[in-house]
Design a protein around this ligand. Structure first.
Ligand SMILES: [Zn+2]
Length: 171
């Protein structure tokens, strides 16, 4: 075998090695995808079992599952309270009977007539003013995130001062 034959054989086998590496990587990626899809399916199946079990055995659960039940009840209560807060903010609540939207201060549903809880924030007995509430929330959010609108105002203020100085110099 001459030099060029050897060289060509080396190049070919290197090419084959690279080719199989690429193929291996593709196979690995494909398997990883399938694994994560199957993990998601398994998780969903466990969740479905847990939910079905909780719904059917909430009151006759063996002691060893009670710890999970506590977490579920606490989380459900927090979720309920958060959803109520959001409804109060938007001044809209859903009828507990038919699900129609209605203002917080209405007791009876306009659609089905069912009696509903009047939603009022405990801090503001009586009126609920969603605009004012929104304003407060936004201000608070800005304060936490370094208030971008205030930063812009400062920039504008600087620009104005520079303009005034320039005007003075020009005179
Ligand atoms: Zn209703």
């Amino acid at each position: 075998m001459g030099f060029f034959d050897t060289l060509s054989e080396t190049l070919t086998s290197t090419g084959k090695a690279v080719g199989s590496k690429t193929k291996e990587a593709a196979e690995t990626a494909k398997l990883s995808l399938q694994i994560s899809q199957e993990e998601a399916r398994l998780k969903k199946a466990y969740e479905a079992l847990g939910e079905a079990y909780f719904k059917n055995h909430e009151n006759d659960m063996p002691e060893q599952y009670a710890v999970y039940a506590v977490d579920i009840r606490e989380s459900a209560a927090r979720l309920d309270s958060l959803m109520k807060d959001r409804q109060i903010l938007k001044n809209q609540k859903r009828c507990s009977s038919c699900g129609a939207w209605m203002p917080n201060e209405d007791r009876f549903c306009g659609k089905c007539g069912a009696e509903n809880e009047i939603l009022v924030r405990e801090t503001e007995a009586g009126e609920v003013k969603p605009e004012e509430t929104k304003e407060t929330e936004t201000t608070e959010a800005n304060r936490k995130e370094g208030n971008p609108s205030e930063a812009m105002e400062e920039e504008d203020g600087m620009a104005e001062a520079e303009e005034a100085e320039a005007a003075e110099r020009a005179e």
